[in-house]
Design a protein around this ligand. Structure first.
Ligand code: PDD
Length: 296
């Protein structure tokens, strides 16, 4: 596996960062996850825009402009195997003596990128869906920043795994649903797809946006609004979305079946439309000439 670290491509075994990196010491950084289909980064411009939002949120200057990112990402894809990949981008505030305040003068940020095989859900999970648990959303009030400090998400996800489930659905203030520990959540109620609004309490998912675009384009009834805890528990269907899981049905919640316990008609429709969208925008374009990277 070839990774990128601070200006150089190298085998992952050779990538090293100093222990005083603020990402290691404070979790002081942001990240992005970008799926790659047919060697093209999916929704690259949108991912780079969200990364800029995250960087602005932690007051860290973007080390590269869009053209530079596009070039580096193209190189990373070309240097790794697989038509479909999953890219991880990671930027920290750099290496400095331990002090909570920002280094003054600023130091060079640490920029790391790697590519792995894209772990899209196997057919069995698409057929049967996955289990989820509900958990109290005890994270901070800037969940719109894709921060590398993920301890709350790690602990919440582990609650799900300890119960044999794939995801934790997070409930804020014992009242409304925000998202999953590592995904966005949609609820189907009275045949309408309900999506929580993109605010400071959830990550503005790129897959979430694609699903809402597809929904609007195909006249599927939907509403973007707060979704109550009661609506989650009485949902006809629950869906989760993320760059790596795409669209997946949640068929058990807290040990009870969701609807009839099988992936429902909304899931089937959205999953199919998502695959078609992917195919149309990613796979049917002419292949990139060697050495040429895609534009944003
Ligand atoms: N996580 N909400 C949270 C908290 C997430 O961590 C993610 C994705 C999402 C979905 O966003 P998108 O559709 O842009 O992937 C929502 C990635 C996959 C991760 O941390 O690995």
């Amino acid at each position: 596996m070839t990774v990128y670290l601070n200006g150089q491509f190298m085998p992952i075994e050779e990538a090293r960062i100093p222990v005083l990196d603020r990402g290691f010491v404070f979790g002081d950084g942001v990240y992005e996850v970008i799926p790659v289909y047919s060697r093209r980064a999916f929704r690259l411009a949108e991912h780079l825009k969200r990364m800029q939002h995250s960087l602005d949120g932690i007051r860290l200057q973007n080390p590269h402009n869009g053209a530079e990112w596009t070039h580096l990402i193209g190189e990373l894809i070309a240097r790794n195997d697989g038509e479909d990949q999953y890219l991880y981008l990671h930027i920290t505030r750099g290496v400095a003596k331990r002090d909570h305040a920002f280094p003054n003068p600023p130091v060079a940020p640490t920029v790391f990128m790697m590519s792995s095989p894209l772990p899209t859900p196997p057919a069995e999970l698409l057929r049967n869906g996955v289990g989820a648990v509900t958990a109290q959303d005890n994270r901070w009030l800037r969940c719109d920043i894709k921060a590398i400090a993920l301890l709350p998400n790690v602990l919440l996800r582990q609650v799900a795994v300890d119960s044999g489930c794939a995801e934790a659905i997070l409930i804020r203030d014992d009242a409304f649903m925000t998202e999953g520990a590592a995904s966005n959540i949609f609820v189907v109620k009275n045949g309408i797809l309900l999506a929580p609004p993109k605010d400071n309490l959830m990550l503005p998912g790129i897959t979430y946006d694609v699903v809402l675009e597809i929904t609007a384009a195909n006249n599927i009834p939907h509403e973007v609004r707060r979704v109550t805890k009661q609506e989650v528990f009485s949902a006809e269907e629950l869906l989760l979305t993320s760059s790596t899981k795409e669209v997946l049905a949640i068929t058990r919640l807290d040990g009870k079946p969701v609807g009839d316990g099988k992936p429902g008609t909304m899931f089937a429709k959205l999953h199919q439309l998502y695959q078609e969208f992917k195919r149309d925008v990613m796979r049917q374009q002419p292949p990139l000439p060697p050495g040429k990277s895609q534009g944003v």
